[in-house]
Each structure stands twice: as structure tokens, then as C-alpha cells.
Design a protein around this ligand. Sequence first.
Ligand code: WTA
Length: 649
Amino acid sequence: MSEPHLYPVPSEWAKRAYVDDTAYQERYAASMRDPEAFWGEEGKRIDWFTPYTRVKNTSFAPGAVSIKWFEDGVTNIAHNCIDRHLATRGDQVAIIWEGDDPSESRHITYRELHDEVCRFANVLRNRDVGKGDRVTIYMPMIPEAAFAMLACARLGAVHSVVFGGFSPDSLAGRIVDCGSKVVITCDEGLRGGRKVPLKANVDAAIVKAGEDKVDHVIVVRRTGGNVAMKPGRDVWYHQAAEMVTSECPAVAVGAEDPLFILYTSGSTGSPKGVLHTTGGYLVYASMTHHYVFDYHDGDIYWCTADIGWVTGHSYIVYGPLANGATTLMFEGVPNYPSNSRFWEVIDKHKVTIFYTAPTAIRALMQGGDAPVSKTSRASLRLLGSVGEPINPEAWEWYYRVVGENRCPIVDTWWQTETGGILITPLPGATALKPGSATRPFFGVRPEIVDAEGTVLEGACEGNLVIADSWPGQMRTVYGDHERFMQTYFATYPNKYFTGDGCRRDADGYYWITGRVDDVINVSGHRMGTAEVESALVAHPKVSEAAVVGYPHDIKGQGIYAYVTLMAGEVETEDLRKELIVWVRTEIGPIASPDLIQFAPGLPKTRSGKIMRRILRKIAEDEFGNLGDTSTLADPAVVDDLVSNRQNKK
Ligand code: WTA
């Protein structure tokens, strides 16, 4: 592999940024030498009602994983994201909201944010929501979604935001798993000019979950569309908000009290409720936002993620607001009304820092340079990427066409589980290599191990683990600590296993190569192949299914499903379409298979285990390289699969 082009830190960046390369090296070394002292100091970046005396109390020991940071400190997240800014930034804009329709936008100051969040908290309090109670939030990208999250935090309640693209079934599973008695939603969402029936989905989810599971549904009005309201259970937010004041004290919350649950897909079973707690999470989200985006007063910061994903939690809401930043929330999609939308929004609001996903960059790149070049983008100074590996071609286009060769790109690697960014360039410190997430953030100790767990040194390739805790780390799987330990700490004892493959080059730069487990990354969305399989086999005509990822030009990975039908069922185009619709209904549109191949048999070992390695190779078009097939119970199955392979889109 030829050495990629190196992009040195522009000299004006090295001068004005919080950290240059020397400072990075020194502080990183200090954070490795004495984590206790390093984090003891960094923890002070947020306000504490009662200061902590203990900093780090963490163990990755087999069977006894326990993670606590700042454990005797007491604070409140909403206080840190709102109240503490009021004296100095009351009139500064906290949230810029850009609607789906380009004629709609809102500016919300920190003072207004305070009033809105207090009102929302009072509406929840009136419905018996208090410390530790779980609240499900199923909302589109409107400011009320952020108000609702912060209102929960203000009360010490635990939110579980469910992405608006999930089906009623998926929503029901998440409501039941965390036992949330309250659901916050809106009448309909609006994306790319199309309505999304959120309230109707909630109604269907509650039928599925059981009517007794949910006591209150709070409905924010967005489109004004006609929705059914169930008396005694459903209430319009705007009506409930009129009955309460805009004062609500921020409840004292322990550093290790839970802040939120976010469901994410893994290799096996149903999605896991990743649990994040209060103090360490906020310190980490705030600190990474500050240094990775080099956020300075006056910056206008825009992260295009949805609040249904962790990126929206840490880098639209909590990190930026903890830092007193101006954060932009966008309701729409990159190609509506046209392919220029992102760049027009940047010009309209004078965005200086822009953070998006490779899948969006690749999709826009296909439309050519003209939709970008016709806009100014003069305000931009920094670009970011997250969610999946960014291929060097997309990186170069982003750098050259969008950033006009003047904006560094921070390619940030992290996960729902990590709470915040772990491997990333710092714009004033790190020379960039397109496609590399570069170097670890302060306090992060990455290692690359081989299959046996031996730690590899120098330039190498293997599996990525993190050898010690950092404050933003997830604490447990909600309600199932055993599963937490099994999933993340059993593969390599005493280390957190990320599930990602990784290469380290001779300069010590990290290159994430993608998931090494049965998780696929479709347009930056994590999907467990097992989830899609169980949706498929739930169809009455399907007897067996195996799902793998394959390279997809825009999505990064596409979903390739091998399906064996029940005896007597006929393979038709109609059935293929029906199965796609079926999966959309069971899980949500993000899980739709791109390709379905009917397979009379799947390659299995004699003990009956499906050999996914072979299925992956066929889906990837690598027929010549199927590896050892001698352990297959029936090697002829493979020939049939190869000759009936579906054509890629
Ligand atoms: C992948 C999203 C390469 C990775 C924040 C990880 C990345 C999974 C990058 C987590 C990146 C995320 N380069 N791969 N910059 N960022 N990933 O939980 O495979 O939705 O394990 O968190 O996305 O996805 P999640």
C-alpha cells in the first residue's frame, strides 16, 4: 500500500488552536502517566454542587467489571448545560434550529432554553416523573427533543431516545425493556417534505407493548396533522405547558446516577440498552467537544446527526451546551429541496464547524462539485467525520471541494458505548492522513491485539481494544450487567473490546478497518445481522436466513440476505419485495435488505453452524477466494449460491 498524502497542520491553526502538537504530546503523556491527577483536574470543567474527592475507581477484571468516575461528586447536567451560562450568556443563542423547509428556522437563547426546559420538566414532574424514572423520547429533529432530554436530566430522570425511523415493534421492545411509563413524541415528523407518523407509531407500539405499560404520552405539535388522542393517557404538550411555570429547580444528582439509556445493536440477541451516567459522561463530552472541534466563543457549530443516535446526544446536545456553544439542529435531509442544502444552511447561519457522516459525503459527491461550488462556505473553518471509516476518495473531495483546502478534517472514531470521541486528530496538533482517525485522545489507551489477545507492537493490524477506562465509558447494559461483561470484557480479559478491526502504521496512526463481529454499518447506522435474520425468519414463508454486509458505494455497507423458504413455497419477485417490506415493518427502514438471494441451502459445518465467512465472500464477489470449504456438511451448496448470486446495485 502506498503511503497516503500527508496534510500538515496549517500554521494559523497551530497558532490559534487550544493544543498544538507539542502540547498534545505532553498532555497525552501526562494522562497516561497519572490518570488520577489528569482527570482530577479535567473534572473541574463542569460545576459540581458537591465536589468529588475520589476521581477514578474502575476495574476491567473478569467477572467484576465496575466503572466509577468522580463517584462522590454531586451535580446536575441541565444546570451545567443551561443555568451556569445564564449570567454570562443569557442572550447568546444556544440552539439554532433549521427546519425541513428552508423558510423555517428558530433561534433559542440560553435564557429561552432555561424557560423551555423548566416548563418541560414541570410537565413531566406533574406526571410523576422523578429521579431514576425512565422516559422514552421518540421525536424528530425539533428543539423540543432537546428540551425533553434536558428536562429529564433536570429531574434526574433517565431518557431513552429512540430514533424516529424505528418501527412500532422496535419502539415497543425498547419501551418494555427499560420500563418507561412515559413516552414523549410529536404528531408527525417532517423530513425531505414527507411526513413521518410518529404519534400513530407510538399508538401501535403501546398496543404491542401492552396498554398497561405506558401511563402518559406527551405529544408535541409539529405539523398540526390529525392524530388520535387517547383521553387520560395522551396530552398535548402545548396545553400542558400552559399550566406550569418556567421555574424548576435542578435536582441534585450523583455522578454515577444514570443519565440515559441508548439502545444499540450487537452481534447477538436484541439491542442492548447502553447505560451512561452523569458526571464522567458530561466531563468527557464537554472536553472532547472543546478540543476536537477547537470550539471558541463565536463559533457556530453544526453536527448533522439525529438525536436518536449517540452522536446527537454527545455532540448536538450535551457537549456543546455544556461548553456554552451555539449548536445547530437540522430537521431535514441533505438532498432536500436540493443537493445544495447542507451548504446553503452553512451560508445562511454562518456555520464555522461542520460535522457529518461519510455516507452523506459520498452521496453528495455523486452529484458532482457544482451544487457545492455555487455556495460560498466562507464561514467554514473545520470539518468533521463520524460513523464509519471514510474512504480516502470521499475524504479528499470533502477536503478539496467542501473545505476548499483550508479546513482540517477531524475523522473521529468512537461508539455508542464510549460516550465520546476516543481516536481523532486535534486540528491544531495532528497532521492528517485521509482515511485515518489518527491518534488517541487524552486519557485513551488503545491497543491492537491478535486473535489470542497478544498485544501487538509498532506497525501492525488486529483487533482494537482499550486497556483502561475513560470517564465517558458506558457503565453497564441496562438491567443486565452480566451481558455487559460478556459482550465487552470476556473476549480479551482486562480490556474493553471494541468490536472493530484496526491497523496502526509506523507513525503510530490508527486506521479503523471496520467491524470484526456480526455487526454491519449501513449508512453509519449500526445493525446486528442477527436482528435482521430473526425478523426474516418471523415471516411464515421463511425457514432460515443468514445476513451479511457487502461493500456499497454510498452506504458503506449494504445488507445482503440469504433466505431459505419453507418447503413448498415458491421463490418469486413478489415474495422478495414482500420480505423487504416485512423487515421494514419489523425493525424500520434502516434495516431493509438491499439484496435478497433465495437459497435452497446455506453452507453449514457438520455441527450445523452457518459459515458466514463463505456467505460474506460470495456477497463481496470474491468467489475465487472462498477459503477452506472442506468442513462443510454439503459443499455443493456453495456452487448453487455462487451461481445465483444477486447483482449489486
Ligand atoms: C464505526 C457512532 C471508522 C465503528 C459514533 C464503530 C467508525 C461503530 C468511525 C460505532 C470512524 C464510528 N472511522 N469507523 N471515524 N466512527 N465508526 O455506536 O465500526 O453508532 O464501532 O457510534 O461505527 O457506531 P455507533
